[in-house]
Design a protein around this ligand. Structure first.
Ligand code: PLP
Length: 388
């Protein structure tokens, strides 16, 4: 008898969480997993306490409370002049993580093809496999500022035509782990490609408010792209509440109906009192959002200086809160050996770059630092890194 499913055999456990466990075991500073070590803002915590005291403790509307869906729609209007119908186009899930799998299950059939950029957020490959789809990868080239080859992507789309075509492309901007922010021109080109080859754009914009240059542009706001775009975001990063598990999806009404069904049977609903708090938090003044990026810019610059001082070659992120660093100026070791030794001998945990690539050799000289930490902790890490 086979003990586990074929799907479960297809992927390993999360490397990031493995590094977090190793960090705890060796009392290393955890710059591996992307969770802040500082407090969430008081206004969101107070709103959650209030909601629980007011007995908002039972199941909410499956696809999200009215107040939260309206707040989400208000924010898309406020930030991007994007009109979203909270009744028909918004679904609240348990984190952007559930948003992604619910979306893939809603639009992909087994055997269909999905394109993912590498380096990727590590859930996308397993998500595609859980949905029964086949992921294909296009590289964001570190040596070329994480640009992708348009010829390669177009050729991939063409090569899949005879196999039923591409069904979806997963996009993540600002990008984890590279810090790339796709330019409006790149987004336009991708939107046109999606039109030409008739596929969905599934866009993870969880870092939309952590951006260091220019303004975030949701691909759904470009031309007619909204008709084929599923936009995912959430509260985890913007309000430093990764443990609250709140994310949301904006998609055309018929796609939203399908997503809501998947979401209902996956998790029924996101935590009700936290949804009430999220509805309050999203209405935070613009200064809050601007301050968020500014504070992260300070942390980014501190981290970049540290990496430069130690001798890494590092790429300046344009958004999100990670830095990719090249270890080759410092070592002959593989990324995995280097990261494990650094945890045990130096006391700083990071993530091996190969875990962000389908073709692991493309990330074999890279490691990822998460800098969503207080400057004091980053400086403590800096002292330890001097041992390298
Ligand atoms: N998407 C990306 C690109 C991420 O980096 C992360 C967390 O690191 C997530 C999604 C997870 O978001 P959530 O906490 O809302 O599930």
């Amino acid at each position: 008898m086979r003990k586990i499913s074929y799907k479960a055999e297809q992927f390993t456990e999360s490397v990031i969480r493995e590094m977090t466990r190793l960090a705890a075991q060796h009392e290393a500073i955890n710059l591996a997993q992307g969770f802040p070590n500082f407090s969430a803002p008081d206004f969101i915590k107070e709103a959650a306490c209030r909601a629980i005291r007011e007995d908002i403790n039972q199941y909410e509307v499956t696809w999200g409370s009215v107040a939260l869906r309206e707040a989400i729609a208000r924010n898309y209007r406020r930030f991007y002049d994007f009109q979203v119908d909270p009744e028909l186009e918004v679904t609240v899930c348990c984190g952007a993580t559930e948003c992604m799998i619910a979306s893939l299950l809603a639009v992909l059939d087994p055997g269909e093809h999905v394109i993912v950029f590498e380096p990727f957020y590590e859930n996308y490959g397993p998500d595609a496999i859980i949905a029964g789809a086949t992921p294909h990868f296009v590289t964001l080239d570190p040596e070329n500022n994480f640009a992708f080859s348009r010829e390669e992507l177009r050729e991939l789309c063409e090569s899949l035509v005879c196999k039923g075509g591409v069904r979806a492309l997963i996009l993540n901007s600002p990008n984890n782990p590279s810090g790339k922010v796709f330019s409006t021109e790149e987004l336009q080109w991708l939107a046109e490609l999606a039109e030409e080859f008739d596929f969905y754009l599934i866009t993870d914009e969880i870092y939309e408010h952590i951006i260091y240059e220019g303004l975030h542009v949701p691909i759904a706001t470009i031309g007619d792209a909204r008709a084929r775009t599923i936009t995912i975001s959430g509260l985890s990063k913007t309000f430093s509440v990764t443990g609250w598990r709140l994310g949301y999806i904006v998609a055309p009404p018929e796609v939203t109906s399908a997503i809501r069904k998947m979401h209902d049977f996956l998790t029924v609903g996101a935590p009700a009192p936290l949804q009430a708090a999220a509805a309050v938090a999203l209405d935070a003044p613009l200064e809050y959002y601007r301050g968020l990026s500014e504070e992260y810019r300070t942390r980014r610059d501190v981290m970049l200086n540290i990496l430069c001082k130690v001798g890494f070659r590092a790429w300046e992120p344009k958004g999100a809160y990670y830095i990719m660093a090249d270890i080759s100026p410092l070592t002959q070791k593989t990324d995995v050996e280097f990261v494990k030794d650094m945890i045990r001998q130096v006391g700083v945990a990071t993530v091996p770059g190969s875990s962000f690539f389908h073709r692991p050799e493309r990330g074999g000289n890279l490691i990822r630092f998460a800098f969503c930490k207080t400057v004091a902790l980053l400086e403590k890490a800096s002292q330890r890194l001097e041992k390298l």
